[in-house]
Each structure stands twice: as structure tokens, then as C-alpha cells.
Design a protein around this ligand. Sequence first.
Ligand SMILES: Cc1cc2nc3c(=O)[nH]c(=O)nc-3n(C[C@H](O)[C@H](O)[C@H](O)COP(=O)(O)OP(=O)(O)OC[C@H]3O[C@@H](n4cnc5c(N)ncnc54)[C@H](O)[C@@H]3O)c2cc1C
Length: 263
Amino acid sequence: MIQVFENYPISSLNTFKDNYVTRYLVKSNNPVDIAHFIEKHSNLPYLIIGGGSNLLFTKNFEGILIIFNSYERQILLTNNDTVVLRVGASWDLDKIIEFAIDNNWGGLENLSLIPGTVGAMPVQNVGAYGVEAKDVILQVSAFDLKNKTERNFDKTSCRFTYRDSIFKHNYGRFLITAVTFRLSNNKHKFHVGYGELKKHLEKKRLSLKYIRQAIIDIRTNKLPNTNIYPNAGSFFKNPIVSKTAFLELQKMYPGIPFFKNNK
Ligand SMILES: Cc1cc2nc3c(=O)[nH]c(=O)nc-3n(C[C@H](O)[C@H](O)[C@H](O)COP(=O)(O)OP(=O)(O)OC[C@H]3O[C@@H](n4cnc5c(N)ncnc54)[C@H](O)[C@@H]3O)c2cc1C
């Protein structure tokens, strides 16, 4: 099924609440229908959107905004150590993190409260508090809008690096339809070394729920609520510098926060 809206207000579709309109808004749970609509309007640019939390519109969008609707949620495998969970692209990421933790499945807890959808998560390899999407993603399922074929990307073919992936470099070509996560079952490895998080936690109390709550508390105190102050989070990436340059900086600013880059 496909729904097409003309001259649709953008303000409800992005966290900056930009007050513009898009020529078309297309919603569908069928990637083939989406591909046909794009083909029929090949004179117009198009943009796939999720929750609109990493987008800034500066004028009306004379093109097609695409929202893919899929709320599937399937456990593909479960054993003593691992759960493999496939999730439709439209799910709110934080809802899935909450669902995982309620089931005592680990891996996603450090990403708590990152706004946006599961489908957008691989695009910039979202990350926070020492964990990145790549640490939990097993496979990304996508629809190639150019060749009209389904494609499955394993972790290597996603080419994840710091806030980057293959999906950022083939802009608009791959409509991400689902993400498959490999999560820990029962025995968890906690990632609590990240400075600010470490300060908040008592070692004895470590659990998935406890870590999630600590991160929610830190983020709620630090980041403006997009419903009150429209925003799109941080605009910067941590710079990667040589060890020599870092040591120079550290001489000047002994308290400078840093993270080792093992690549
Ligand atoms: C307050 C705040 C805090 C944030 N904190 C963090 C943080 O800690 N770490 C972090 O990494 N990011 C953070 N972000 C950025 C943002 O949450 C992420 O980039 C998130 O993944 C965007 O999801 P979205 O669904 O809103 O995507 P959108 O903003 O709608 O889209 C982002 C990009 O993904 C593409 N895209 C979306 N869905 C699909 C799909 N199904 N298939 C193919 N391409 C798609 C879009 O074309 C666009 O290029 C923050 C943002 C805000 C507002």
C-alpha cells in the first residue's frame, strides 16, 4: 500500500521542526511501490527519512520525502549466549532498546535515548558512551532503489567506521528495510569505561537496566529535549589526531578528554 501526500508540512517530520513543506510525502510498506513512484517522478530529488532527528531543512523541499513503514520484530535465533533479533526499519530505536533490556538481552543499552529509527541507525553507525551500531549489528537488509532488488549487507559489507557506513556513500540508493542484531543472552559484557558514564555507576550494581537508566539520566540532563528546543543533537565529530599531536595538546591541557583509536 502506498500513501501520497502533496505539499505536506515538514515540521512534524523533523526534530528541528522546520516550518517548510515537501512537494510529496510518500509512505509505504512496499519498497517496490516506492521505487516505482521515484521512477515516475524521476525529475524530482528524493530523500528517505526516519525520525528526522539528523536533518535540517533550509527551504521547502521540491522533491519526494520517503517514509518506509515496517514494524516487524522477529527472534531468528536464541540460545544460552545469544539472541538474534530482526527489527523493521520504522521502529523507534529506543523502544527496541527498552524491549531488549526487558528481555535481559544485552548490547544496545549504551545507545539508550538516541533519537531516531532503527532504519537510520546503520547510516551513520550511531554511537554513544563507548558503543556503536556496528558492535551489535549482524546484518542490514535493504532494497536497492536503482536495481530494484533486495540486498543483505553483513557487517563487513556495511563498511562501518566512525559515524560512517556504505549507506552514507551511496546516498539514496539503499532503502534500509530491517536491521538484524546479535545480542547477548544472560551473560553480558558491560561497556562502562566511558568517562562520564563511569563516574555515574557503582560497580556492584551493574545490570542492563541500571546502565540504561544512568545513560538516560546523563542524556536528559545534558541534551535539550527536542519537543521543547528543536535541535538535531551534536554537530561535531571527535577529531582523530596523531599521537604526537595529542601529546602536545595534553601538555597544554592536562585534563583533555580523549579516547584511544585502535585503527
Ligand atoms: C538530541 C539528539 C541527540 C542525538 N544523539 C546522538 C548520539 O548520541 N549519537 C549519534 O550517533 N547520533 C545522535 N543523534 C543523531 C540522530 O539521532 C541519529 O543520526 C539517528 O540515527 C537519526 O535517526 P532518524 O530516524 O531520525 O534519521 P533521519 O534524521 O530521518 O535521517 C538520517 C539519515 O538517514 C537516512 N535514512 C533514514 N532512514 C533510512 C532508511 N530506512 N533507509 C536508508 N536511509 C535512511 C536519511 O536519508 C538521512 O540521510 C542525536 C540527535 C538528536 C536530535
